[in-house]
Design a protein around this ligand. Structure first.
Ligand SMILES: Nc1ncnc2c1ncn2[C@@H]1O[C@H](COP(=O)(O)OP(=O)(O)OP(=O)(O)O)[C@@H](O)[C@H]1O
Ligand SMILES: [Mg+2]
Length: 453
């Protein structure tokens, strides 16, 4: 497809037998010979002159010169695929950033760029389009566009090998100059059928997925807010009506209403933090903080919850400082979420082990923080979806614990902002281990470390 320039120029030059100058010279020579021989041998000159005149018309028809004979030449010459400047068309198709094919009006592949092979499949010049694309709507659009010259757009979905959405643009094109393009001035160009169809594809999958995620997110967020709101309205009605004078019921209902209001406010806080972290995800924090200090702070904060569940949080370090470039509040939030999950879903009466260790990484050492519980664990099919917003393995169990299903989505974004890695390992029945790896910042630590816990 990437021919050298000389080859393209050679291919675009008309063949020698279509050079008018050659034929004019040849005929002039024949006429001259005919006239001279007429002088010398009477009786030979006239037939030669007739042959010369016939030859002239024949070559005029073949070469399309002069213009008055162009139409006749068009009719007599065999219809070839060759288009003036076709190599340039090939080069243009090859340069397009999207998968693109040029088709004949009858739907055969004339040329295709290399992106077609990657996105659609291997395209062979001369094959009908239907060998490559088996979507009836696209084939029909190509047929109609070649017929009426109107561009079309077709959206279609593929299920195999992967779900994806594509958009095909079908644009009829006029590659050969119109017969009257250089002809009579002022006359309207004669309507002619397209002599090619440009077919390009656009992958809409990423766009569709993000639209779907946005729609799911709005639906989930409104559902999560509406549930406590409905409960609040119900209790208000009860308190204004049947339970108006029931002091005990009022006491109990107000307690539930308080819990629901806190749940709503927590959900709004989580949504706001998620969008704030997402907004700053490309800005890596530039302060240096000590992870050991952050982890002991988290262990102390969650001490009361651990006590309630008869769980012991153990914190294991090698005693050395673990400085990382990070946002202290966000890192506290990250490890609070992981340790809280381990406490909530790890089963009562068990241990939760938090361990920090230095490990060699690709660019210097990394700090690996693992949070391990000994609860029921997580089935493998849930693991890839855990960090999706509102995704919960057991919705009722999470709600009972006051969960919003946003914790791990927040964790994922904080880890991304810190250019770290999150790994989840779990064997059902044997607990789960969440590990976060962050680059250590030993050099920066020598200048300033915020170790405040
Ligand atoms: N250590 C764990 N063991 C078992 N399941 C877990 C563990 N951690 C998370 N999960 C599962 O993953 C789900 C998503 O966790 P995530 O932290 O995102 O939400 P949540 O805990 O339900 O709500 P929130 O964190 O907002 O309070 C949980 O609902 C739970 O089903
Ligand atoms: Mg959680």
């Amino acid at each position: 497809m990437n021919e050298p320039a000389e080859a393209r120029d050679a291919a675009s030059a008309p063949p020698f037998w279509r050079q008018p100058r050659l034929w004019i010279g040849l005929i002039a020579a024949i006429v001259l010979v005919a006239m001279l021989s007429g002088e010398m041998a009477p009786g030979v000159g006239l037939p030669l002159l007739v042959v010369a005149v016939i030859g002239f018309f024949a070559c005029a028809i073949l070469t399309g010169e002069p213009p008055v004979l162009q139409r006749l030449a068009e009719k007599v010459r065999p219809q070839e695929d060759h288009v003036e400047g076709e190599p340039a068309v090939h080069a243009l198709i090859a340069a397009l950033p999207e998968p693109a094919l040029l088709l004949t009006p009858t739907g055969e592949i004339r040329t295709a760029n290399s992106r077609v092979a990657l996105a659609i499949g291997p395209a062979k010049v001369g094959d009908p389009l239907s060998f490559l694309v088996r979507v009836p709507e696209v084939l029909e659009a190509v047929r109609m566009a070649a017929e009426d010259g109107i561009p079309r757009r077709v959206e279609f979905a593929e299920r195999i090998p992967l779900d994806r959405w594509l958009e095909a643009h079908v644009v009829p094109v006029q590659l050969k100059p119109r017969p009257d393009a250089s002809g009579s001035k002022g006359a309207a160009p004669a309507p002619s059928k397209p002599d090619g169809v440009l077919l390009t594809f656009r992958d809409l999958t990423a766009q569709r997925r993000s639209e779907q995620m946005r729609a799911d997110f709005v639906a989930n967020a409104s559902h999560e807010l509406r549930t406590p709101l409905a409960s609040l309205s119900g209790f208000i009605e009860t308190l204004l009506g049947p339970a108006k004078n029931d002091a005990a019921a009022r006491e109990r209902f107000l307690g539930i209403m308080g819990a629901q209001a806190r749940r709503m406010s927590r959900l709004i806080d989580d949504l706001l933090s998620l969008s704030r972290i997402e907004l700053n995800v490309h800005v890596r924090p530039d302060t240096v903080v000590d992870l050991c200090g952050i982890l002991s702070h988290v262990r102390d904060t969650l001490g009361p919850l651990a006590q309630d569940r008869a769980i012991t949080i153990t914190l294991e370090t090698d005693g050395s400082a673990m400085p990382v470039r990070g946002d202290r509040d966000e890192l506290i939030r990250l490890f609070e979420n992981l340790v809280e999950n381990a406490l909530k879903y790890g089963g009562t009466g068990q241990n939760v082990d938090v361990r920090i260790a230095r490990e060699p990484g690709t660019q210097g050492d990394v700090a690996a923080v693992s949070v391990r519980d000994y609860g029921p664990g997580i089935a493998p099919e849930h693991l890839p979806r855990l960090t999706e917003r509102f995704y919960r393995v057991d919705v009722a169990a999470s709600r009972d614990q006051g969960g919003t299903g946003l914790g791990l989505a927040i964790v994922k974004h904080i880890v991304a902002r810190h250019r770290g890695r999150l790994m989840v390992e779990s064997t059902p029945g044997k607990g789960a281990t969440f590990t976060v790896r962050l680059d250590l910042s030993d050099d920066a630590a020598k200048n300033s470390v915020n170790t405040a816990a």
